[in-house]
Design a protein around this ligand. Structure first.
Ligand SMILES: O=C(O)c1ccccc1N[C@@H]1O[C@H](COP(=O)(O)O)[C@@H](O)[C@H]1O
Length: 212
């Protein structure tokens, strides 16, 4: 089965075009004001229109209010929501409210963190195993932090899943090989500075993924 990729935190037409030209299966738009990748609804709407049917649009949220999710789903014509820092109960409620596919990011640092995964069965459609950022970090994701991929070796997954956290063109092959991931997600690994995507890095990442 081929490996597919989500390029997350896109905010400009040229970098969106690079993701689409390189064959990204998913593109991610961040709705979190503290993030350097945060999009206003009108920006997101323009990028959504440019995407068309060429990739699935995923909105990234951190413990969001219902109203933010509803407005973003409409403005950016989201196919999926990606939720960080939500309990299983809150994830289930937001999934019902949004009416689209729902991903829950599970912050992983140790094997104990994986024990939370089964509780999301029935509350989400996909788990995103992401690296846990430091407690005092500004963001719960999008910081280029990776976790020990060996933690996923032999793991039983309660839901379809994807891998993120510190991926880049140089390590994505090893990450996919070690974990068995069939969907990989990258943000800062295809940037030249926080929030500034690089078209060449996007192309290199997607070329590497296409070889897997
Ligand atoms: O990208 C952000 O700014 C962001 C903000 C809030 C929550 C998640 C965010 N990004 C997600 O984090 C992971 C990993 O990113 P990275 O490749 O390690 O930089 C990815 O899923 C992004 O969607």
């Amino acid at each position: 089965m081929p490996v597919t990729a989500k390029i997350c935190g896109l905010s400009t037409p040229d970098t969106l075009d690079a993701a689409l030209a390189g064959g990204a299966s998913h593109v991610g738009f961040v709705f979190f004001p503290r993030s350097p990748r945060h999009l206003a609804f009108d920006q997101a709407a323009a990028l959504a229109a440019r995407t068309g049917e060429r990739a699935r649009r995923v909105g990234v949220f951190v413990d969001p209010a219902d109203s933010l999710v509803v407005e973003a789903v409409v403005a950016a014509r989201l196919d999926a929501i990606q939720l960080h820092k939500v309990t299983p109960a809150r994830a289930a409620a937001l999934r019902r409210t949004a009416g689209v596919e729902s991903w829950v990011a599970l912050a992983v640092k140790t094997a104990a963190d994986l024990a939370a995964a089964p509780a999301y069965a029935g509350a989400a459609d996909r788990l995103l195993y992401d690296a846990k950022t430091p407690d005092d970090a500004a963001l719960p994701g999008g910081m280029g932090v990776r976790f020990d991929w060996r933690l996923l070796e032999g793991a039983r997954h309660p839901l379809p899943w994807a891998l993120s956290g510190g991926l880049d063109a140089g390590n994505v092959a090893e990450a996919a090989m070690r974990t068995g991931a069939r969907l990989v997600d990258v943000s800062s690994g295809v940037e030249r500075a926080p929030g500034v995507k690089d078209v060449d890095k996007i192309a290199a990442f997607l070329q590497r993924v296409a070889q897997l």
